[in-house]
Ligand binder design. Structure first.
Ligand SMILES: Nc1ncnc2c1ncn2[C@@H]1O[C@H](COP(=O)(O)OP(=O)(O)OP(=O)(O)O)[C@@H](O)[C@H]1O
Length: 417
């Protein structure tokens, strides 16, 4: 038996809790799930309580795209929800079209929402999307993080992406659409078996008699979110005793690292590499496992834009100097996402890595206690070829290097949010 309208409205209200956002943007593709989302949200809340606005991205990739966007606009108008059509004509033919279209879609929708002064964007992923995602990730041998699935809330830049239908099945939404006489467009790519997601959907229908249903897999994802939180907390606690930050590097106690459970050591390393190296994607499991094994043998390595080495009985995770060659900013600007340098006589100066040549001019370096690699990768003030200051290498000359990032400091980055 499918969920009633009242059940669905109650579930969505409960998802938002007692304080739904005063203004909410909706990503309306015109497909069944997002048409249902629009209708449900417009009924779940009084217009004065939550003011809605919707937008459709016309990717210009299918002949019907413009008509579908116009149909979506009519759906919104019928409910009195303001609507915009956002056009994407930006594909340069490079890389994967699906990925490029998805990134462009989220960028366009986020910019449009922010332009309206709205900081929350609802998208219509369902329990079926969650189940398909989990199944696909099982195929890639995912761990706890991957099996936590699609997050119900996630900050993307300045916009909070919300997925209030993540606990509701697609069949329930289709029944809702039919009961309410709503129309929607069917995306033909949803039937194209060249897409792994479509094959995952087909495979899932064959697993239902084992109890492997979207509802069960949604529970698995929730369980994994809890496990993820616990592991993040444990890694944070481990970092508080086994790690410190010095000269922009993370410094680890190798004995403590050896004694902690492998998964906690792995998270600590991945978190430190991400914080120091700033890579968008975390390094994969295998190279991190290899790095851990190297470290246990007393060997260093280079990974994810970082140099990892032993120095005076500690493990230092430093920025890799070779990754910094092209990073140059004027004084006061943010260098390598992390540092802002300010000081006297900045005219004509430039901030770039200290490098081996610069470090040779810093006799004060020994007092810092940091390894050469860390100092070579630290920011320095240059005028033409002359070294003016290297505050992290002990040669301050009145200059200061301050952390520039607004984000959480290490080790708080280890906590899952
Ligand atoms: N063209 C579009 N315009 C506005 N919103 C869209 C558009 N396409 C997708 N969305 C929003 O994103 C939700 C998910 O759609 P879809 O699964 O196709 O996209 P995705 O975010 O790329 O995820 P996936 O990883 O499943 O491909 C839709 O329900 C809708 O809310």
């Amino acid at each position: 038996m499918s969920a009633s309208d009242a059940d669905i409205l109650a579930a969505v209200r409960a998802w938002f809790g007692p304080q739904p956002p005063a203004r909410l943007a909706i990503a309306l593709s015109g497909g069944g799930d997002s048409v249902a989302l629009l209708h449900i949200l417009s009924r779940a809340f009084e217009p004065r309580q939550v003011r809605l606005a919707a937008a459709t991205v016309d990717h210009g990739l299918r002949a019907d795209a413009a008509q579908e966007a116009a149909a979506a606009a009519r759906q919104a108008a019928a409910l009195g929800v303001p609507h915009a059509i956002l056009r994407w004509r930006g594909w340069d033919g490079q890389g994967n079209l699906q990925d490029a279209a998805r990134t462009a879609r989220y960028d366009l929708l986020s910019d449009w929402a922010l332009g309206q002064g709205i900081g929350a964007l609802a998208v219509a992923h369902t329990a079926d999307d969650q189940a398909e995602t989990l199944l696909m990730r099982l195929g890639r041998a995912a761990g706890v993080t991957g099996l936590a699935g699609i997050p119900p809330r996630r900050l993307r830049g300045a916009v909070m992406i919300l997925r209030p239908l993540l606990g509701i099945g697609r069949d329930d939404l289709r029944a809702y659409l039919r009961r309410n006489g709503l129309e929607w467009s069917e995306d033909p790519s949803n039937l194209d078996t060249k897409f792994t997601r479509v094959r995952a959907r087909e495979a899932l229908s064959g697993l239902a008699d084992l109890g492997v249903t979207p509802a069960a897999l949604t529970h698995v994802a929730r369980n994994m979110v809890r496990a993820e939180e616990a592991l993040g907390w444990a890694a944070f606690e481990a970092a508080r005793t086994a790690a410190r930050v010095a000269a922009g590097c993370v410094v680890l106690d190798p004995r403590a690292l050896r004694l902690m459970p492998d998964e906690i050591a792995r998270r600590l390393l991945v978190g430190a590499l991400a914080w120091v190296g700033g890579g968008g994607y975390p390094p994969r499991r295998r190279p991190v496992a290899a790095l851990l094994a190297d470290l246990h043998r007393g060997q260093g390595a280079t990974l994810a834009g970082c140099r990892v080495l032993e120095h005076r009985g500690e493990i230092w995770i430093c920025r890799e100097v070779n990754a910094l060659h092209d990073i140059r900013v004027a004084p006061g600007g943010i260098w390598d996402r992390r540092w802002r340098l300010s000081g006297p006589g900045a005219q004509g100066c430039e901030i770039r890595a200290l490098g081996a040549a610069g470090l040779a001019h810093c006799p004060e370096r020994a007092a810092t206690g940091a390894p050469r690699a860390a100092l070579e990768a630290s920011p320095a003030v240059w005028r033409e070829g002359d070294l003016i200051a290297a505050p992290l290498a002990g040669r301050a000359a009145g200059w200061r290097a301050e952390p520039a990032e607004d984000g959480p400091a290490f080790p708080a980055t280890l906590l899952s949010h």
